[in-house]
Design a protein around this ligand. Structure first.
Ligand code: DHB
Ligand code: FE
Length: 280
C-alpha cells in the first residue's frame, strides 16, 4: 500500500530560485538559509520517497484571475515549468503519476473535496522552488510529483480549518492506494509576507514562530483563526501558511520533529522549513 512517510514545509520565494540558478548558496545573505535545508536533503536521500504531493498556490502562470479553482489536482504524467518574468531559467519537466492522481481525485471527491482535475498544468515557483531546494543536487528528478494547487490569491479563499480537513482526507486517499509507494507531502508558501499596498514588506517573526510551534504541537489552534486575522498578522500573502495545514492534516495527531529552521528576511518573507513524521 502507499504510505505517507513524512511531511515537509518550505517557503517558495522566487528569489531563492534565482539564488540557486546563480549558485549563490555560499553568499553571506543566503548561506544560513540554504544550510537549513541540508538535514532535510540528507533524510530524503536516505528514505528515498517515490513521490511527493506538492501543495502550492499558482501565482498566475497556469491559472490567471479570470479562472481560479479553489483546489486543483494535477492529473498528468509530466509537468512543465515556465518563465514567469523573473528571468530564471525554466527547470526540467517534472514526472507525474496520472494513475495515482486519478485515485487521489476519486477518493478526495468521494470525501467531499471537489477537486478540479488538470490533465495539463504548468507549475510555477510555488511548486518549482521547493522541488529544487530538496532535489536539485540530483542529475534528474529522483521521484515523481503531484501538484495540488490551492487558491491563496483571489478572494474568497478557503480556510486553515478546511485545509487541515483536506490533509486528513488526503491521507485516507494515499493509504487506500494499492501500490507500494513512499509518499511525502510538502506544504509550501508563507511565512509572513506582504508584497503590495501600504504594509508591503511586513514580517512578523513572533507570529511565524508561533505558527511553526502550533502547527507541530497543536494544529487545531490554526483551524480557529480567520483568514482576516492571519492576514492582519502575517500579511496578505502570509495567508499561504494555510497550505502548511494540508501537510499537517496528512500526518498523525502527534508528530516527531526531525528538523525545524527559520530565517528572516529572505526577499520579503519569513522563511520556514519543517520535516515531520508521524510520532514513532
Ligand atoms: C515572495 C514570496 C512569495 O511567496 C512569492 O510567491 C513571491 C515573492 C518574496 O518574498 O519576494
Ligand atoms: Fe507565494
Amino acid at each position: 500500500m502507499a504510505k505517507i512517510i513524512g511531511g515537509l514545509t518550505t517557503s517558495h520565494i522566487p528569489a531563492v530560485g534565482n539564488a540557486m540558478a546563480e549558485g549563490l548558496e555560499q553568499d553571506p545573505y543566503w548561506k544560513r538559509f540554504f544550510e537549513g535545508y541540508e538535514p532535510v536533503k540528507q533524510w530524503l536521500d536516505e528514505v528515498k520517497p517515490d513521490l511527493a504531493i506538492v501543495v502550492y498556490n499558482d501565482h498566475g502562470l497556469n491559472f490567471f484571475l479570470n479562472q481560479v479553482p479553489t483546489f486543483a489536482l494535477g492529473c498528468a504524467d509530466n509537468y512543465q515549468n515556465d518563465d514567469e518574468g523573473w528571468g530564471i531559467p525554466a527547470s526540467a519537466d517534472v514526472p507525474g503519476d496520472a494513475q495515482f492522481s486519478w485515485h487521489l481525485a476519486e477518493s478526495l471527491i468521494r470525501q467531499e473535496f471537489d477537486m478540479t482535475t488538470c490533465q495539463e498544468m504548468k507549475v510555477d515557483h510555488g511548486f518549482m522552488v521547493p522541488m529544487n531546494l530538496f532535489w536539485r543536487h540530483h542529475e534528474s528528478w529522483p521521484l515523481k510529483a503531484i501538484p495540488l494547487a490551492v487558491n491563496t490569491v483571489q478572494h474568497p479563499l478557503t480556510s486553515a480549518a478546511r485545509c487541515f480537513k483536506l490533509g486528513k482526507a488526503l491521507r485516507k486517499a494515499v493509504d487506500s492506494y494499492p501500490d507500494d509507494l513512499k509518499v511525502v507531502v510538502i506544504g509550501t508558501g508563507g511565512l509572513s509576507h506582504q508584497l503590495q499596498g501600504e504594509r508591503a514588506g511586513i514580517i512578523d517573526v513572533e507570529f511565524d514562530l508561533q505558527c511553526i510551534d502550533k502547527i507541530i504541537n497543536e494544529p487545531e489552534w490554526m483551524t480557529g483563526l480567520s483568514n482576516d486575522y492571519i492576514m492582519e498578522k502575517a500579511g496578505t500573502e502570509g495567508i499561504e501558511v494555510i497550505m502548511w495545514m494540508i501537510m499537517r492534516g496528512a500526518l498523525s495527531d502527534k508528530v516527531d520533529v526531525l528538523h525545524k529552521h527559520y530565517h528572516a528576511p529572505i526577499s520579503n518573507t519569513g522563511a520556514g522549513v519543517l520535516l515531520l513524521t508521524d510520532a514513532q
